[in-house]
Design a protein around this ligand. Structure first.
Ligand SMILES: Cc1ncc(COP(=O)(O)O)c(C=O)c1O
Length: 419
């Protein structure tokens, strides 16, 4: 068997180092658990970076893939394929409003499609208003839409036409409007931005503004979609229907798929030849996605999210009451942020050592996005580990961020350098 160090060496020699990596090599996953190459078991509270909403290797997804892989892996989009047709139909069952789908392979690609759609639809209007702390992907237009300068550094010039304003601020949006505005694009919960939740009033007002000004409302559901917030799509929590929404991550249950959904009555402005994606909605990934959506229904996943969300929230609040280092707990469904008064990286590292996988976003926000079929047993386990870690490693509240960087973090960063 390949040893841990051999894997690191191969990566060092042959894989581009574009990711900060944890020194872990996973070889098996089931439900909310992962096993590493040395046989250690981990409770995964950030499965697949938001991809594995049904946990790892969900049986229905596995059998859908097995069934399809021996029949037909791929046909291009100049032919019809059955799983893609079923997937588009299934998605419409969930939207409860007529939408047409464009299938692609990732979140960035789905957002690129939405940006292109807005320009075509706008007939000369091309500006898109986006928000501070947003994240829409790494391709150039999605990056230009992203409201975090750190991701854009070194890649100038950005494509034109994006105006960024403060999140949840209607006046800021209104003052950014021009006769060239084609669309407003946002996440309802900013995931990479630190779990910031759009207020209901703001979204209702945005919808009205878009209707009044004939502007498209684009919701990026790449992280919030497929049941994450307790509804199939996060916009269903707000009582609005967007003109366009985009998805990826959890849609394929681990296989790469993205989708742009456009309201049916405006969807035909992208005509044959105006946009394409070779692999988009191929039979194998589409079959997996249908299995994901049907499992969510059959296994009553959304009601589990609603129940367990309350339970997890309660437990996180208890931690907040116990540890002054926790500034705020916020989230919805199974998407939670625990904002610290210090950097969270060291907490993540210590959790890993105790067998719990979580994430830290925006430097100070611990992000918990467990599988949607999670139960109380796993939540209790995770909370116990977090409790231990906060007790053992939480520095005195007076310890400043810079002090932390100067000592503890340096050692960890060095160790992590393999990535
Ligand atoms: C809200 C949001 N949009 C877009 C993306 C980009 O998705 P992908 O990495 O599949 O291109 C992400 C990825 O984290 C995301 O969270």
């Amino acid at each position: 068997m390949t040893k841990l160090q051999d894997v690191f060496n191969i990566y060092k020699d042959y894989v581009m180092p574009t990711y900060t990596k944890q020194p872990l090599v996973f070889v098996k996953g089931k439900g909310s658990y992962l096993w590493d190459i040395q046989g250690n078991k981990y409770l995964d509270f950030f499965p697949g970076w938001g991809v594995c909403n049904l946990g790892h290797c969900h049986p229905k997804v596995m059998s859908a893939v097995k069934d399809q892989v021996i029949k037909l892996i791929f046909v291009p989009n100049n032919y019809y394929n059955l799983p893609q047709a079923k997937l588009a139909q299934e998605l419409n069952h969930w939207t409860k409003y007529p939408f047409k789908a464009f299938f692609c392979n990732s979140g960035a690609e789905a957002n690129e499609a939405a940006i292109k759609f807005s320009r075509k639809f706008g007939k000369g209007k091309y500006e898109i208003i986006t928000f501070d702390d947003s994240f829409h992907g790494r391709t150039l237009a999605a990056l230009a839409a992203t409201g975090q300068a750190k991701y854009q550094q070194g890649f100038a010039p950005m494509p034109e036409g994006f105006k960024r304003v403060k999140f949840n601020d209607l006046l800021a949006v209104k003052s950014a409007l021009t006769s060239k505005t084609a669309a407003i694009m946002l996440e309802l919960i900013q995931g990479e931005g630190g779990i910031n939740i759009a207020s209901r009033g703001f979204i209702l007002n945005l919808r009205q503004l878009c209707d009044d000004e004939n502007i498209l409302l684009i919701i990026d559901e790449v992280q919030t979609g497929i049941g994450r917030t307790g509804k199939m799509f996060a916009w269903q929590n707000y009582g609005i229907v967007p003109d366009i929404f985009t998805m990826a991550k959890a849609l394929g249950g681990g296989l790469p798929i993205g989708a742009m959904m456009v309201k049916k009555d405006i969807s035909d402005c992208l005509t044959p030849g105006t946009h394409a994606s070779t692999f988009g909605g191929g039979p194998l990934v589409a079959k997996a996605a249908v299995a994901v959506l049907r499992s969510i229904q059959k296994e009553k996943i959304l009601s589990n999210v609603q129940k367990m969300s309350e339970y997890l929230h309660g437990k996180l609040q208890e931690l907040k009451n116990k540890y002054p280092v926790i500034k705020e707990v916020r989230g919805l469904g199974m998407m939670w942020g625990v904002e610290l008064k210090q950097e969270g990286k060291i907490i993540v590292e210590q959790c890993i050592k105790q067998g719990l996988l979580i994430n830290c976003t925006h430097d100070t926000v611990l992000r918990l996005m467990p599988a949607l079929n999670i139960g109380k047993t796993e939540i209790n386990k995770a909370i116990k580990i977090l409790d231990n870690v906060l007790k053992d490693t939480g520095p005195a509240p007076s310890k400043r961020l810079n002090d932390l960087k100067a000592d503890g973090f340096r050692a960890i960063n060095k160790k992590e350098g393999a990535g």
